[in-house]
Design a protein around this ligand. Structure first.
Ligand code: UD1
Length: 430
């Protein structure tokens, strides 16, 4: 198992580039199920979840070319033949986004068998709202042996009101609705840019969608979709992580190839803490951490609020800010798994239910720490970048699920970080 060895203390200087958004790429790859033609997606990030999605689609009979190169990270997907509309447990157990094939498979094939998702270990993360919506569209759903089986001759348009805002739930039902018979009205939808990205791809494929990016989406179902090409937008969580990396290390960092409009809540929070951020053109931000950081409270919300996927990174920053900050997690339960490891590095954090209280500024000292899931890993990297001494992060496969070659990117701007296979083991490289 790979580990990262990180020596703290270097300010990050220079330019770091953001990859395409994993959470846009995954639903867009699933959308290829809806047509017999080729779907071409560019700016695909080279991360493990994308490889899992490729395996998933291939196991169903799709042809998926996935190529990474200097010019283009591109995938071409052709779902002409979907001989086996099953998302097998062995493939999807590490990735909750597998539920994103449920809607498109029923819409296209009339049947879907999908293993109940695993993914990040944060709360029980139900998909009841996906299922409720599909039932309203006329699907019958049976749950047995760890699988969900959904069937419908042809889905019918419906009026769906989400009890709770759900990102992949909105995406899943949107993909079901585009091939349903008649009109679908979805209310209390997620506003996240990833929903808008997917809707733009579906529209390019011939779908009739209005209102994506607002809480009410109208879909007029069509009988067939065709192929299309789309460039995935930049990853706002990776960009936000780099902004914090610049600020926390006292660096001067240009975060290039990002979409500043998607980062408003993160930018204003970092500015409120004392980081200096300026736009350099339409797709670059410069962050400077040359002054003292000070406390500020944060509360996670659905987009356009402060993202839950940035909560843990913000907490790392708060350990280096003067004063007491509270961090409230409103979206998921059990999303404070990083706290124990950060405390081992010297952070002063107390958790009470969904609120963490961080007292700063505390010097951090390097330690051997363990990544427990994708989003709990990034703050450990950030903490290690400012800790005194050499930290070793174990189980970095969690990081690799969502961050493309992060150690190479950080090394390019001055961080002392390297990847090691099996550093404590038998001497053989893992
Ligand atoms: C997506 C993102 C994830 C991000 C999250 C919130 C992907 C692949 N993942 O996850 O990185 O952290 O949005 O921004 O895009 N819920 C239900 N029933 C459902 C569905 C959700 O109760 O059927 C609840 C969840 O338990 C959670 C809340 O709704 O409390 C939001 O979850 P949701 O938006 O669905 O998260 P994901 O789409 O899984």
């Amino acid at each position: 198992m790979d580990k990262f060895v990180i020596r703290g203390g270097n300010p990050l200087l220079g330019t770091i580039r953001v990859s395409g958004a994993k959470n846009s790429a995954l639903p867009c790859m699933s959308a290829a199920i809806l047509t017999e033609d080729e779907v071409v997606l560019e700016n695909i990030p080279q991360v493990r979840d994308i490889e899992t999605e490729r395996k998933l689609l291939t196991s169903m009979g799709a042809e998926v070319e996935l190529g990474y190169g200097r010019a283009q990270h591109r995938t071409t997907i052709c779902c002409r033949t979907l001989s086996d509309p099953v998302a097998k447990y062995e493939i999807v157990k590490t990735m909750r986004a597998s539920s994103l094939v449920l809607g498109p498979l029923v819409a296209r094939c009339g049947v879907a068998r999908v293993a109940q998702p695993g993914g990040c270990a944060i709360g029980d993360r139900p998909i009841d709202l996906h299922l409720k919506g599909l039932e309203l569209m006329g699907a019958t759903i049976v749950q047995e042996h760890g699988y969900l089986e959904a069937r419908a001759q042809r889905l019918k348009g419906a009026h769906i009101v989400f009890d709770k805002v759900t990102v992949t739930g909105t995406e899943d039902l949107l993909m079901a609705a585009v091939l349903a018979e008649g009109e679908t009205l979805m209310e209390n939808c997620a506003l996240e840019p990833e929903v808008t990205d997917l809707a733009a791809l579906l529209t390019a494929m011939g779908a009739c969608i209005q209102g994506a990016g607002t809480s009410t989406i109208h879909v007029q179902g069509v009988s067939k979709l065709h192929g299309a090409k789309r460039r995935i937008h930049p990853d706002r969580i990776e960009a936000g992580t780099f902004l914090i990396a610049g600020a926390i290390t006292g660096g001067d960092l240009v975060v290039a190839n990002c979409q500043p409009a998607h980062l408003s809540a993160v930018i204003s929070k970092l500015e409120a803490c004392g980081a200096r951020i300026e736009a350099l053109g339409p797709d670059s931000l410069r962050v400077r951490g040359d002054g003292p950081l000070h406390e500020n409270d944060v509360s996670t919300e659905e987009y356009p609020g402060f993202p839950t996927d940035m909560q843990a990174q913000y907490m790392a920053l708060a350990t280096q800010a003067e004063g007491t900050s509270t961090v409230k997690e409103n979206i998921f339960e059990n999303r404070f798994m990083h706290v124990g490891e950060m405390v081992r590095m010297g952070a002063n954090i107390r958790v009470d239910g969904r609120t963490a209280t961080v007292r700063g500024k505390t010097p951090l000292s390097a330690a051997a720490v363990m990544c427990s899931d994708l989003r709990a890993s990034a703050p450990l990297i950030l903490a290690a970048l400012v800790a005194d001494g050499e930290s070793i992060l174990d189980r970095v496969y969690h990081v690799d699920r969502g961050y493309e070659r992060i150690e190479e990117k950080l090394r390019g701007v001055g961080a002392q970080i390297r990847r090691m296979g099996n550093v404590f083991g038998n001497g053989k490289k893992a």
